[in-house]
Design a binder for this molecule. Structure first.
Ligand code: ADP
Length: 256
């Protein structure tokens, strides 16, 4: 058996691109997502291309399920090497009108889900005894907040803090914890953000998208593959000395 990489939210978008990218690097891939149809399809496509992959239907907000995912993936695919906490949700609404149930669910998935992933992966890495890589989805919204994204931005600022604290605590066990911060990447999530932002601002969707483009120094939106490349680097031997960092993948929208 080989080395396993678990990727949550891998049914589409950045997670799906990461599944392919890490498969190319030789990892066995545990493709995990709440959406049974997409996750099954991604795992099947990987196997059709000759890679070792298995689908797991999971809600990352369910702590027990996340621990079970790690156990199952190790049994099915081999020792855990990488855990990518990529699953996430977003909604756009004013800080005054945001629906309490939506706010709670967003924190449960984005922040607590990432927390459970770190706990489950770190527990296993400590037992295995030779380190590991935990890689979390932050966002440009984790360093620079936008209007209408209060809950999302709070969850992503939280993920950056969680990444740093866990990195300090786990470093002695050679477990690195880093995060990636996409700017504007065209995924289904981004489509829904643009549509709702345009509606609230009274713009057409193309107008909203054109406004966003002017903020990107390199003049184009990012692709899921651009982000997957950074995740693959964090997972690689080349990044062995990097921990507690967030790397912006935003085409030059923000410099810190
Ligand atoms: P992006 O690619 O920008 O990260 P997407 O919305 O395209 O955003 O992908 C997010 C993925 O996370 C989707 O496949 C979605 O089904 C998955 N996801 C959302 N919530 C959960 C959850 N609670 N548990 C597991 N996966 C989830």
């Amino acid at each position: 058996m080989g080395q396993t990489a678990i990727i949550t939210g891998a049914g589409q978008g950045i997670g799906e691109a990461t599944a392919y990218r890490l498969a190319k690097d030789g990892f066995n891939i545990a493709v995990a997502d709440i959406n049974e149809q997409t996750v099954t399809q991604v795992a099947q496509n990987l196997r059709n291309q000759g890679f070792e992959a298995k689908a797991y239907v999971i809600d990352v907000a369910d702590r027990e399920a996340v621990f079970q995912l790690v156990d199952d993936a190790i049994n099915d695919l081999g020792e855990l090497a990488v855990f990518v906490n990529n699953a996430g949700v977003a909604f756009i609404d004013s800080v005054i009108d945001s629906d309490p149930d939506k706010i709670s669910r967003l924190f449960d998935v984005n922040l607590k889900g990432t927390y459970w992933g770190i706990q489950a992966a770190a527990t296993t890495f400590k037992t295995q005894g030779h380190g590991g890589r935990i890689i979390n989805a932050a966002s440009l919204a984790s360093v620079e907040a936008s209007a209408l994204q209060s809950a999302y931005s709070a969850s992503k600022f939280g993920i950056r803090g969680l990444t740093q604290s866990a990195a300090k605590e786990l470093a002695a066990d050679q477990i690195t914890v880093n995060s990636y911060s996409p700017g504007i990447v065209r995924t289904p999530l981004r489509d829904s953000i643009d549509a709702r932002t345009a509606e609230i601002k009274g713009l057409s969707v193309p107008e909203q998208q054109a406004n966003c483009l002017t903020e990107i120094g390199l003049g184009r939106e990012g692709s899921p593959a651009d982000v997957a490349e950074v995740i693959a680097w964090f997972a690689s031997p080349n990044a062995a000395y990097i921990t507690g960092q967030t790397l912006l993948v935003d085409g030059g929208m923000h410099f810190s």
